[in-house]
Design a protein around this ligand. Structure first.
Ligand code: NI
Ligand code: MN
Length: 221
């Protein structure tokens, strides 16, 4: 499994013969989705810094029904699913998980359904993208227990999501081998030192701070 950070909460996941892009976002800086060619786009929730570039690609967009409906009106092909469900793309299973946040479409005009996270599970490993969320106990009781992810992509920016301390607890609860910080430094309210997050992790979890465009290889990919 290859996991490439594209800035903010955007990751490219290559597993088997498929490429997934989660939370594509263009802000005009080094946060870039240029050159990506996903087979499937996954959107965690309707806020602009997660759904902003979803319509840029010739690929189906997976989202909660309220967000999928809004994207369909923009001309996207969509796959709607909901929390607790699994949809398979070839040999790769996409599980939608809960998140503790808010969601809207049309800016903040319309209700966007529940926010979500994803576990993308293939033969070489599985990765949990938490979306925007606070710490919540179902990370331990449901996501870790039922889906057993190997790698966690966790927001550390604070202000709108978990900060470093909560995210380090999340990594411990999830029982992952590797934790990667996201959703920091993009805007002034979410400025954080990712090294602080890495220092707070338990010994059982390796913290990996990716540069934008850098790839983490997990398992036999
Ligand atoms: Ni958000
Ligand atoms: Mn966000």
């Amino acid at each position: 499994m290859l996991i490439t950070w594209r800035g903010h909460s955007c990751f490219e996941i290559e597993e088997g013969d498929r490429t997934f892009v989660i939370d594509p976002f263009l802000d005009g800086s080094d946060v870039s989705v240029q050159g990506l060619d996903p087979d499937v786009v996954l959107v965690t929730h309707g806020h602009g810094d997660h759904v902003g570039a979803a319509a840029e690609f010739d690929a189906p967009v997976v989202a909660i029904p309220e967000v999928a409906h809004a994207l369909e009106k923009e001309g996207c092909d969509t796959v709607d699913m909901n929390i607790g469900g699994t949809v398979s793309f070839g040999d790769v299973a996409v599980h939608m998980t809960m998140a503790m946040h808010s969601s809207s479409t049309g800016g903040y005009e319309r209700y966007g359904g529940m926010p979500a996270g994803y576990v993308v599970e293939g033969e070489t490993g599985s990765v949990y993208h938490a979306g925007d969320t606070s710490l919540f106990v179902d990370m331990r009781e449901t996501i870790a227990r039922m889906l057993q992810p190997d790698v966690a992509l966790l927001p550390i920016g604070d202000h709108y999501t978990m900060g470093p301390e909560s995210s380090a607890v999340a990594a411990e609860w999830l029982g992952v081998d590797v934790a990667v910080p996201m959703h920091f430094d993009t805007f002034p309210p979410v400025e954080q030192d990712p090294a602080e997050f890495v220092n707070l992790l338990p010994d059982t979890v390796e913290g990996v701070v990716l540069e934008s465009g850098e790839t983490l290889r997990y398992g036999e990919a």
